[in-house]
Ligand binder design. Sequence first.
Ligand code: HAM
Length: 414
Amino acid sequence: MKIERPRGTRDFLPDEMEKRREIERKMREIAESFGYREIATPTFEHLELFTLKSGEGIVDEMYAFKDKSGRELALRPELTAPVMRMFVNECSVMPRPLRFYYFGNCFRYERPQKGRYREFWQFGVELIGSRSYLADAEVINLAYRILDSLSIKFELQIGHVGILRSLLSPLDNEKASKIMRLIDKGDEEGLLEYMDEIDVDENLREKVLSVIDLKGDESVIDEAREIISFDFSHLERLSEILHDLDVEFEFNLGIARGLDYYTGVVFEIYAEGLGAQKQICGGGSYELASLFGGSETPSTGFAIGFDRVCEVCGVEPEKETTVAVISFKGLESYAFRIADRMRKAGLRVVVDVMERNIRRQMSFANEIDADYAVIIGPEEIEKGLLAVKDLKTQEQKNLSEEEAITTFLSRKRV
Ligand code: HAM
């Protein structure tokens, strides 16, 4: 019987893992250059961590289960709530702001399709403790720099959930959240029906519909002013600094985000070439610390959908030079020792573990696309030299071990 992997999950073979690691490495490098430090939290948490504020959308998609003692747990659908739980429990006395980044798998019981999985990875950051527009500017700039460094074509859109929330403030929380969710899904029909159903008055209805249509340059702020009295200065200052940083973006006041905890600036990034699941990054400012028993702590952050980025990103990892050490029968331990010395020098070296003859070892070296074969026979041992074959040019030479290592190290593969 063949056992298939669960729906919505993937296996990653070495070529793909190397590409993923390369992309991950670049993301880490840039986050670290901004002073962010890595953290990790558990893969599963108490269910209530996510039901308290993440919103109905997330709760419906949760991998929730009871453990053997009857505790209600859930595989994490995202990392912002876990990071804030950790912050409240472990870091509340650390100097502010705190700059954390994470790379981890998340689980959502969604209908799988291209770019949408039940297990996926997020690379994200949380900047904890500032309510300034500068904090939003920093995390948006960071997301932008990361995606830019990966040569991805993308579009950044910035909004502010405070605008819609204050418009919806006459409604009770549950209704307002449901409206936000319908806006987030882009389900205009559902939105109209729901507003009908709960009898939203004509004036408010018109305002909501006008605000979610506001998209474009700074002039949308002036248009929004006509519709709602709101303090737009945070957005205006953010806009100014992002222009100074050459961060290209568009305002979109219809961004509602699928999670309930956002309070202020929100943003989403979309990539070309992904079809329906083109959102590769989402984030914004939020307040969760007080909900988890800490004092109110304004925070901001984002998460990049790592798998989606990998799908559109052309980064090719640099291939390591591979050396196959091939030995006659009886000389295995000699071969193992030479291989060890070469590895110490920084090379990737494989040896025979199948007890194959020389011919079969050589054809395996070609099959795995090794760059060099080092052949060890009684004659070579006697002369103190190695027979080195360049498997790309078929050229063969006798070299000392030191010369061989220098030759191997000088070849960088493309
Ligand atoms: P989110 O928008 O729910 O935000 O997820 C962030 C990103 O994860 C999305 O933009 C998308 O690229 C990716 N993603 C989500 N679901 C899937 C899936 N099923 N398969 C593949 N990729 C997926 C958050 O999770 C917030 N915690 C972000 C944040 C951090 N806000 C503040 N700090």
